[in-house]
Each structure stands twice: as C-alpha cells, then as structure tokens.
Design a protein around this ligand. Structure first.
Ligand code: ZN
Length: 417
C-alpha cells in the first residue's frame, strides 16, 4: 500500500504533463439509452406512479443549463429518459447550500422554484406542477410527469413563519430541515458541532407549523437527536427523502440506523432509499473519505495555482489510480431488504438523488431511465408486484395524503373556533 504522499506526488507528476486546457472528454453523454430490463419490469414501471423523493434538477440547471424537456447531453434526468423509466413524480430539490444560511437563501429558493415552473410552462404537454397526492395521480392518468417540489435546507425560512407560508403557496411540499451544517432550525448529521442537541426552539415551532400547513417534514441530513425531536413534535408521519441504511455504512450519521427506522415506522413515515454508492456500501463510503482527504491535501499543495481545470484533472487522475467502487443494483436491493426487515413494506420508498451525487451511481442505475432495472432486481428477489408498487410511490403518496388530511382538519377546526 503506497502512502498518501507518494500517491499525491504521483498524481501531481501526472498533472504536470496534462495541460489544464486539455479538452475534457464528456463521459456524461448518454442520451441514447436503452432499458436493460424484462418486459414485466418495464410494464410495472409504467403501470404505477413512480414518485422519487429527491432529484437535483434545479440546482444542476443553475450550474449548467439545458432544456430538460428534450433529451439532454449531460445529467441524469430529462423528459425522454424519465418517460422511458416510467418516472411520474420526481420531487424537484430546491437545494440551498449550507453557506447560504443568512446569505440569500430565500432569494435562491425562489429562483430555483422559478426554474421548475419554467420547465412546466415550456412543455405543458409533458410536465405539470403538483401540490397534492391527488394532483400526482391525476397527472399520471393524463400522461404527464408531475414536478412536485421539496426544499432541501430550511435556511430559506430565515426564522420567519411568513416565509413558510410563502413557500407553501409556491408549492413546496417538504422541507429538509437542515443540510451539511447546523442552521437556525436543526443540527446536521454532517456537522460535528451540535449546537442545538437536536432541533432549535424555532425548529420545533416550525415543525408544528409545517403540520398545520401540510408540508412534509424531511429528516434526511439532520442529526440523530434532531430526528427524534422531529418525531416527538410532529403529529403526522415524516419522510427521509433520500437516505439509506446505516447498517451498510457504519458510523455514517447521514443514513438511518435500525433503531431510528423502527421509530420512523411507528410514526408511519417512509425511508426513501438513496442510490449514491457511498450511501449503500461501506467500500464506497471509505473511498469517499480517502478521496476527500487526498483532495484537501492536493489543493493545499496547489495553493493559488488551483483552477477548476486542475481540480477536475485531479479527480480523473485519482479515479484512474483508485477506481471508484461503484455499488450494484443488488446493493440497493440489500438496503431495501434491510429496511423491509426492520420497518416493513409500508415504510420504504425511493429517493435516488439523481443529478445530486455525481459519478457515484451504481452500475445499471445511472439515470432516470433505469427504474425498471431495479424493479427487475426486486422481482428476482421475490417481491410481489403490489409490494413493488408501494416502494415505487404508494407509500409516500399515503404519507402525503395523511399530511394533507391533518392540515385540512386543522384549518377546518380553527375556522369553527
Ligand atoms: Zn441531499
């Protein structure tokens, strides 16, 4: 085993002969897909609504705009591939990076919501907005793809419940309470400083108000203590929009452990399994850790010579030397199996994180055209069609309906007072 410094010197040497202006081959060009699955799996994918808890299209377009109503060169999502895969309701992630806390978070959220609306306005024959489970079902019947919205990071609420109502009116139907850092609402799984030991006092009020309005609480990304706080406060089921099982990634607080999943099932909630390899296997998780360390050291060595091109060249060189240990479709099934064993079939969904996890997706599950590949693997594993339908979307639609019913009941009873 070579030491880290030897490796870094090796990569630095490789880079000296690679001009930063060398054209970077586009390995994302995969716009002529073919679904490698059985007819039975393809039929199931189209027979039931597929609701994906988390797809990062808006932020992807923010960085590199393409018209996703047509086939695109890059990315994991576009209309033709979504159709091919039978995807019906991808939750568009209104993603606010953690450093936007107190720094333009609300404006960014509004711009990203505009992005989603623009997709629908550009192609109203293909896409439709969706505020309720019913909207998703009727768009499905009408042959349109719904674009419901979830906000990833409550930073945009900026401590003001008026903003919560604003975003409810704009169509936000779940909020991931925090992202990579603790914010004014909650501690984060990725942040070692736990400033609230769970939810903040405002965070607890916010959860109650989300119940009242009918916005789902998303506990992906929050710390364990914040998860239990959210369960304590929420009167309706919550979701994990894109997390997997910690059993397979020991120590990764970002995923759910068995005890948490048992509590989530008792709450009636749904864990939507993330497809990113580092959420699925320990090997990919460890690769990610080592990569981050090496990259930080490399960037330090580069100092102010560092450019995005050099950084990209480092990625390539590192991956060449240490090939990425992609998970397989079987690893996704193993996570689903584990969740089923702990929580039961009614508490599992899919939160692929397409367009959000870069080049870490499992072999065979590279974009939104591939849901039938996963369905095939579930059939092979002995899952009944009715169970698969629950995983694809039935379970999360149930939670949406429960959340909507609670909010409707609440506004009715407060109108009677
Ligand atoms: Zn995320």
């Amino acid at each position: 085993m070579k030491s880290l410094s030897t490796t870094l010197i090796g990569i630095a040497l490789t880079l000296t002969v690679v001009s930063p202006f060398t054209a970077i081959a586009d390995d994302d060009a995969e716009n002529t897909p073919a679904v490698n699955a059985s007819q039975q799996a393809i039929d199931i994918a189209h027979k039931y609504p597929i609701v994906d808890g988390h797809i990062d299209v808006p932020y992807r377009l923010q960085r590199h705009w393409e018209d996703v109503t047509q086939a695109t060169e890059k990315g994991d999502f576009d209309y033709p591939r979504a159709r091919l895969g039978g995807l019906d309701a991808p939750f568009m992630s209104i993603y606010i990076p953690a450093d936007r806390e107190n720094n333009g978070a609300k404006a960014l959220a509004d711009v990203l919501i505009d992005q989603v609306q623009a997709i629908v306005f550009r192609a109203p024959d293909k896409f439709a907005l969706a505020n309720t489970a019913d909207d998703i079902r009727s768009n499905f019947s009408a042959g349109k793809i719904s674009l419901p919205m979830g906000m990833e990071n409550g930073a945009a609420i900026a401590g003001d419940l008026k903003n919560l109502e604003h975003f409810y009116r704009r169509g936000i139907r779940y909020i991931t309470l925090a992202h990579a850092k603790a914010n004014h609402i909650s501690d984060s799984s990725y942040d070692s400083s736990k400033i609230w030991n769970g939810l903040s006092p405002f965070g607890k009020t916010l959860v109650q108000e989300m119940n009242r309005l009918g916005i789902m609480i998303d506990i992906s990304h929050v710390s364990d203590d914040a998860f239990y706080d959210a369960l304590d406060v929420s009167q309706v089921p919550v979701i994990a929009s894109h997390s997997s099982m910690r059993h397979f990634t020991p120590g990764l607080e970002r995923n759910m452990d068995d005890k948490m999943l048992t509590a989530l099932a008792k709450n009636g909630g749904v864990l939507m399994i993330n497809f990113g390899s580092f959420f699925l296997t320990e090997e990919a998780m460890q690769w990610g850790k080592h990569y981050k360390e090496a990259k930080a050291t490399f960037e330090k060595l580069q100092g102010n010579r560092l450019t995005p091109q050099i950084s990209e060249s480092f990625n390539r060189a590192y991956r060449k030397r240490f090939p990425y240990p992609y998970a397989s479709v079987k690893d996704v099934v193993a996570n689903i199996d584990r969740a089923r064993k702990i929580a039961g079939i009614d508490h599992i969904g899919l939160g692929s994180d397409f367009d959000g996890v870069g080049d870490t997706l499992p072999e065979g599950l590279k974009d939104v055209s591939t849901y039938p590949v996963l369905i095939d693997a579930l059939l092979e594993r002995g899952y009944q069609e009715s169970d698969i339908a629950k995983i694809l979307g039935g379970n999360v639609l149930r939670v949406m309906e429960q959340v909507e019913a609670f909010a409707a009941q609440y506004s009715k009873s407060s109108a009677e007072e």
